[in-house]
Design a protein around this ligand. Structure first.
Ligand code: EPU
Length: 350
């Protein structure tokens, strides 16, 4: 077992923040986790699980032992009349899993194309885009308890998926009780791709593509290409301009709150939710407060999508996590003062 010391985390987070890990261990399989848990020096040390670092803001050096998940492997587990079930290692890149399943003729993940990060990270934050969330394609996962070394399997209900949320984003004993952040490590994930396949085109940007191209029965490869094009037009590529995707969640409000806001702001963008509440477009709220393109230090609001905060300092003179959070707090304050709405950050702040 080789624990690296004083490791730069800059290549391992999509903002390009130059934090360091005091100690870092790369995990390639379950056996590496077992070796760690048998090690007298490291077994009881506090631990931080890192996937692709695409939804993480480092505000300083990381003292807990960083477990960098690099578990690979992909296979078809089952093909029945009702679904294809595929399994992959938590360290596989999410977009490569999406591409691979479509190339193999197992469609269903195409709306989630071009989302950066690893499979484990995609599950932990229940990624979603263009009308589909990871939980809609989830079958089960294998994980290891980092205290006892016990392996266990969770189904969707046990993962407690929510909007950009799961049991893996919460610490044990947190406000909603059971949390597995820092306590369990996802090793393998199984995805269920339902048959017969049906294109999910119920999202304005995709409806526009259908109208533009005249293709009203696209195959999965076509939807995959559309989603890649739409994302590339709106969202910065983190390899060019560091960022962590949407920085805030879209807030859900009661119809009463919404009526009041709509009366004051008739152009506001909103969507009704199944539970009766109404989801407001956080990007619109931030944009309406005049933040698009604005900077504080080396942290900026992306000029094409106000929901995305970016690193203007590049790799040489990178933004700090503190600068990102200062800008985020200023945005939260101005949205609260104008609309009475508290925006909640989406990334994990370490
Ligand atoms: N809008 C503005 N100004 C802006 C940004 C957005 O007016 O600066 C308006 C848009 O015109 C549109 C509405 O807000 O009418 C919603 O914008 P968009 O369709 O771009 O989606 P979003 O709500 O900003 C969400 C997800 C994205 C996901 C897209 C597509 C969240 C927090 N974000 O963004 O997810 O890709 O929908 O489904 O739910 C991520 O989580 O990192 C992420 C990128």
């Amino acid at each position: 077992m080789f624990v690296e010391s004083n490791v730069s985390l800059q290549p391992y987070n999509s903002f390009g923040i130059a934090a360091r890990a005091q100690h870092l261990l790369r995990l390639h399989g379950e056996e590496d986790v077992r070796a760690l848990l048998a090690h007298p020096q490291w077994r009881d040390a506090p631990k931080f699980v890192l996937g692709g670092g695409c939804n993480t803001v480092f505000t300083g050096d990381v003292k807990p032992l960083v477990l960098k998940v690099e578990i690979a492997g992909r296979r078809l587990v089952e093909a029945s009349a009702r679904a294809w079930i595929v399994e992959a290692g938590a360290g596989e890149y999410w977009h490569e899993i999406v591409r691979w399943t479509i190339e193999q003729g197992w469609p269903g993940l195409e709306n989630l194309a071009a989302i950066p990060g690893t499979l484990g990270g995609a599950v932990a934050q229940n990624v979603g885009a263009y009308g589909v969330e990871l939980q809609d394609r989830f079958e089960s996962l294998d994980a290891i308890d980092l205290q006892t070394g016990r392996s266990f399997t969770l189904n969707a209900a046990q993962c407690a998926f929510g909007y950009r949320d799961s049991v893996f984003k919460h610490e044990a004993g947190g406000p909603n009780g059971l949390g597995l952040a820092g306590r369990a490590l996802i090793t393998r994930v199984r995805l269920r791709l339902p048959r017969p396949w049906k294109a999910e085109l119920d999202y304005l940007d995709l409806e526009r593509k259908v109208a533009e191209t005249g293709i009203d029965t696209p195959d999965a490869g076509q939807v995959f290409d559309w989603v890649c094009t739409i994302r590339a037009a709106k969202l910065p590529d983190w390899r060019v301009l560091g960022n962590a995707g949407s920085f805030f969640k879209n807030p859900a409000v009661t119809p009463e709150q919404c009526t009041d806001i709509i009366a004051r702001e008739p152009r506001i963008v909103y969507y009704p939710l199944a539970d009766g509440r109404i989801k407001l477009a956080a990007g619109w709220l931030i944009d309406a407060c005049g933040w698009k393109g604005k900077s504080m230090g080396r942290a900026s609001v992306y000029e094409k999508q106000a929901l995305v905060l970016v690193n203007r300092g590049g790799r040489e003179d990178p933004v700090t996590g503190g600068e990102v959070m200062t800008l985020a707090k200023a945005i939260q304050t101005s949205v609260y003062e104008r609309f009475g709405i508290q925006l909640e950050p989406e990334p994990v702040v370490v």
